[in-house]
Structure formats: C-alpha cells, structure tokens
Design a protein around this ligand. Structure first.
Ligand SMILES: C[S@@+](CC[C@H](N)C(=O)[O-])C[C@H]1O[C@@H](n2cnc3c(N)ncnc32)[C@H](O)[C@@H]1O
Length: 280
C-alpha cells in the first residue's frame, strides 16, 4: 500500500468513531443523494454489490435492504477502525448477507469478481489516484453492470469545506490551494474532471449531475463539532499544531461559518456530483 494511503488510513481510523457517532446526522444530510446513487447503480433484489470506501457501513445497510437476503454486499474500506465499525453495525442490523473487508480502493484486486453493481459514497475524491480506483472497480463488475458514486463538487458550491480547508491549511503553514490537491475533499469537483476519469477508466454511458445537499444542524457549533471529530482531512491538517493554535483555527472557522446561521438554525450549502457509468 502506498505510504500516502497508509497515512490516510491512519487518519480515518482516528475519525472513525466520530463518523460513526454522527450516523444520524450524515444519514439525514445524504438521504436523497444516497437514494439517487443507488438508483443510478440500478441496485435491486438478489444483486451482488461492491461498496467502496464504505466507512462505518451506513449506505451498506441501505444496499443490503435493496438486495435482500438473496443478494450480497461487500463493504470495503482502507481504515481498519472503519471496517470494524461497519462489521459491528451490519451484524447488529442482522444483515448476514453482508461482509466488511479492509481494502485500498486504489488496489482492489477483484478482477473478474463479476459484481452486479458497485458504488462509492464520498470516497473517490479522497483517492490520490482515482483513475486506478475506477479501473479496479470496472474490472470487479460484470459486463453491462453499473457503478455510481457521490463526490463533492467545486469550492464555490461547497463554501464550508472551502473555508475549513483554507483555514486549516493556513494554520498548518501550507500554501493556499488554488487547485485542490489530489486526494482532498474538493479534488474531483471541477467541471468535466470526474466524467473524464470515468471515461478514461473504460466506463461507457457516463453521466454526471449535481445534487444539492445542505448540511442542516441547529447551530454552527454543532457543525464544527462534527468536523472536529469526523472530518478527517481537516483534523489531520491541524493535528501537528499545539492545542492552543488548534483552538485558534477552530475559532476562526466558527466566525466565518456563522454566515450560514439562519433564523431556523444553521444550513451549510453543499453540492454533490452523482456520477455513473457502465462496464462495456
Ligand atoms: C467521508 S468517509 C465516507 C464513508 C461512507 N462511504 C459514508 O458515506 O458514510 C470516506 C471514507 O473513505 C475511506 N477511504 C479513504 N481513502 C481510501 C482508499 N484509498 N481506499 C478505501 N477507502 C478509503 C475512509 O477510510 C473513509 O471511511
């Protein structure tokens, strides 16, 4: 496994408990987009489905519900703590036709597995080499079967991610990222990027459409609480800094993010890209 992927796995291990703890929030945030993604992959009863970068298995549970006990779902993730949580969540839900396994999306090694569908929810943009990931996913699918993914779109449509990333990078002493670096939250958001990657990986009938998915919580503080325990890329940028400097960074983020406070609570704009394609 590439060193950069190992580092990402460790960083996501540190955020795993926080991500899992916030499942209810994440579920509400992504509900519509999640259904659209499963529809785009045409997931239905009896199918064998691959879930890439599955995290704690939230969307795996929905897939398992669609395929039913005559189907099967393989949830994969690079972070062992995430996979352990997914295993636990799937077992507790009684979904015996699911399995969770540690796997790097960039080195899937599932050629010829003949899956009936594959999905990746908010994971592809975290890959340093998304083309490798897409090529591996394509080879894991049976001919004529579909892959669908959700990634964040560009910075202007995702101001909260742009703000937290910019402030964290500034405090970490990194140059401002006019182009989001590979593997970062907004790395696949620019127009044409993800469709080009899907086509280059060999998918046909590629489609990309944007979906709005505002993140709603009662207060700005609650959004930052989420980022502080589950937002691995931001947490990781601030981690080397002293607790005092980290607090300054979080305070600065809170001041900027307060612009999204409304009379009905806090609503951070988010735009996702739903991309899909079929193995020829
Ligand atoms: C934002 S979380 C999304 C988790 C889950 N899909 C969800 O929507 O709840 C991103 C996930 O991608 C995983 N990830 C990051 N890089 C990966 C890689 N190279 N291979 C597999 N998983 C990866 C992380 O461990 C993390 O669980």
């Amino acid at each position: 496994m590439a060193a950069v992927v190992q580092d990402a796995a460790k960083a996501w291990d540190r955020a795993a408990a926080g991500w899992d703890r916030n499942t209810t929030l994440i579920r509400a945030w992504l509900a519509e987009a999640n259904e659209a993604m499963l529809d785009a992959a045409r997931i239905g009863p009896g199918m064998r489905v691959l879930d890439v970068a599955a995290g704690a298995g939230d969307q795996t549970i929905d897939i398992a519900g669609r395929v039913g006990p005559t189907g099967a779902v393989l949830a994969t993730d690079v972070a062992p703590a995430m996979v352990a949580l997914a295993e636990n969540n799937l077992r507790r839900a009684g979904l015996h036709w699911t399995e969770a396994r540690i796997a790097d999306a960039e080195a899937l090694d599932m050629d010829g597995a003949g899956f009936d569908a594959a999905i990746c929810r908010l994971g592809l943009m975290l890959s340093q080499r998304p083309l490798l990931a897409l090529q591996g996913i394509l080879r894991a699918l049976a001919p004529g079967k579909r892959f669908a993914a959700l990634v964040f779109s560009h910075a202007e449509a995702n101001p909260c991610i742009a703000i937290t990333s910019r402030i964290a990078r500034t405090y970490a002493g990194l140059p401002s990222d006019h182009q989001p670096p590979p593997g970062s939250l907004l790395s696949l958001g620019e127009h044409g990027l993800v469709s080009d990657l899907l086509a280059r990986a060999g998918f046909q009938g590629v489609s990309v459409r944007s979906l709005t998915a505002p993140f709603r919580v009662p207060s700005c503080g609650e959004y930052l609480d989420f980022v502080r325990c589950a937002g691995s890329p931001i947490m990781n940028l601030l981690r080397p800094l002293s607790p005092k400097i980290q607090e300054r960074a979080w305070d600065e983020m809170a001041r900027e993010l307060d612009q999204f406070t409304t009379p009905l609570g806090w609503a951070g704009p988010n735009e996702l890209l739903l991309c899909a394609g079929e193995r020829p």
